[in-house]
Write a protein that binds this ligand. Structure first.
Ligand code: TYD
Length: 207
């Protein structure tokens, strides 16, 4: 969506767990604030009291992939209406850790939920709203798995998934990036963390 000048910008961060997304989110927020932008950092599923409750359910409870998709979109609709749109209208730049591309990648590419269902839900949950720019942190499965193991983090329901699931997620993400190269910029998440900030700056240019 082309953002009008008084309106903020909607920037999303995407990628597999362990590809560096969360590490670099803080760097991006700090650099935008240093440029004088008002920045709101938020995440999905989550970002409102209701959506955070739904997040707990989605990450912890076993459920089928369609139920999961519906709960994620219930959380998203609340988050968009209560937090994201009001912030953009106030002129803030919204930095969101995951959005609908995650659902297309994880529930669609990873679990086989039909893309048409996900796109139809997206049209209802956030009509006319799509990120102005998306940074996709991409890295091979082995790199992401080793980082998560070194971090010693207990796996949540998503991180405990099989290699085939991760391959499906990664392929879907790369397909989305190929289809929308202007919006979605691929960041090589296998580089050492200190080599990444210049790539972020380039990926956010022109907003
Ligand atoms: P994230 O906040 O990145 O995980 P963490 O806090 O553990 O770093 O995302 C939580 C998990 O939710 C992640 O494994 C991906 C999953 N997820 C989906 O499957 N679909 C979605 O639409 C979203 C937003 C997240």
């Amino acid at each position: 969506m082309a953002a009008a000048s008084g309106r903020g910008r909607f920037i999303t961060l995407e990628g597999m767990d362990g590809a560096g997304k969360s590490t670099h989110l803080a760097t991006i927020a700090a650099s935008l604030r240093a440029q004088g932008r008002r920045v709101l950092v938020t995440r999905e599923p989550g970002g409102t009291p209701l959506a955070e409750k739904l997040r707990q359910l989605v990450l912890a409870e076993p459920m089928d992939a369609v139920s999961e998709t519906l709960l994620i979109f219930a959380a998203r609709a609340d988050h968009v209406a209560r937090v994201i749109l009001p912030a953009l209208e106030r002129g803030a730049w919204v930095l969101c850790d995951r959005f609908t591309d995650s659902t297309l990648a994880y529930q669609g590419g990873g679990k086989g939920v039909p893309t048409e269902l996900i796109r139809a839900l997206a049209r209802q949950a956030h009509p006319g709203l799509s990120p102005d720019r998306t940074l996709l942190f991409d890295c091979p499965y082995e790199v992401s798995r080793d980082r998560l193991q070194r971090a010693g983090r207990p796996p949540d329901r998503f991180e405990g998934q099989s290699r085939a699931f991760f391959d499906g997620v990664r392929d879907a993400y790369r397909g989305l990036a190929a289809a929308e190269p202007d919006r979605i910029r691929l960041i090589d998440g296998s580089r050492p963390p200190e080599a990444v900030p210049p790539l972020l700056e380039a990926a956010l240019a022109g907003l």
